[in-house]
Design a binder for this molecule. Structure first.
Ligand SMILES: CC(C)(COP(=O)(O)OP(=O)(O)OC[C@H]1O[C@@H](n2cnc3c(N)ncnc32)[C@H](O)[C@@H]1OP(=O)(O)O)[C@@H](O)C(=O)NCCC(=O)NCCS
Length: 178
């Protein structure tokens, strides 16, 4: 299985041992083994596969609809990016700039971020979040937000490592009668 990690005897390899931020910085050039780019229709199979590994559900119809909404590239506020290593898609991130939601000025929301378990801890999610944030900055927003499941400590650890902290909102919900 292809690994995202660069060889240990390179500067990037040394950076890998120092942590994700250093790895992402060391990878931040055209020679990086990890390329983050706009999704293509042909990426849908690996995206569906990675999502199915993480969630245990294969949602082909859902992903086709997400691709139509976020992957067309004709809405600059909508982002659907993939990370590719040696020609293989190993992760994806989806986000959108939303205007005046909850009465707040426009901000960038991360809806989903997933990395193939075989390619984790190589700085790939860090690179994808940086690319998404760069897109949000180009749209003029200066705030990044997300919502995550309370018991998903893995994704919480990741977002905390990126500098995210508790925001000003409280999620509420209730059951609706059938
Ligand atoms: C969370 C996830 C995206 C991280 O991807 P990744 O490419 O491994 O992340 P990175 O290598 O960029 O890690 C960045 C930092 O996140 C934290 N982190 C990542 N994986 C971690 C783990 N298993 N345990 C603790 N901290 C972790 C670390 O602080 C890490 O920095 P470090 O390596 O310097 O310690 C990946 O594990 C994943 O896809 N998990 C499932 C996601 C999920 O549940 N998605 C559904 C909701 S959207």
């Amino acid at each position: 299985m292809t690994r995202a990690s660069p060889p240990a005897n390179t500067a990037a390899g040394a950076a890998r041992r120092r942590g994700a931020a250093a790895r992402a910085a060391a990878d931040d050039d055209a020679t990086s083994p990890v390329q983050v780019r706009q999704v293509r229709r042909s990426d849908l199979d690996p995206v569906i596969e990675i999502d199915a590994i993480v969630t245990g559900l294969e949602k082909r119809t859902y992903w086709r609809s997400i691709f139509r909404r976020y992957g067309s590239g004709d809405r600059p506020e909508r982002h659907f990016l993939v990370a590719e290593v040696e020609g293989r898609v190993v992760g994806f991130v989806i986000g959108e700039v939303r205007d005046w939601e909850f009465g707040e000025p426009p901000c960038g929301w991360v809806f989903a971020i997933n990395v193939d378990p075989q390619s984790r801890l190589g700085g790939i999610a860090t690179r994808m979040l940086q690319a998404l944030s760069a897109g949000f900055r180009r749209s003029g927003v200066r705030k990044l937000r997300t919502i995550l499941a309370r018991d998903n400590t893995l994704i919480l650890s990741f977002f905390r490592s990126q500098g995210m902290t508790t925001g000003p909102f409280i999620p509420l919900e209730m059951d609706l009668d059938a």
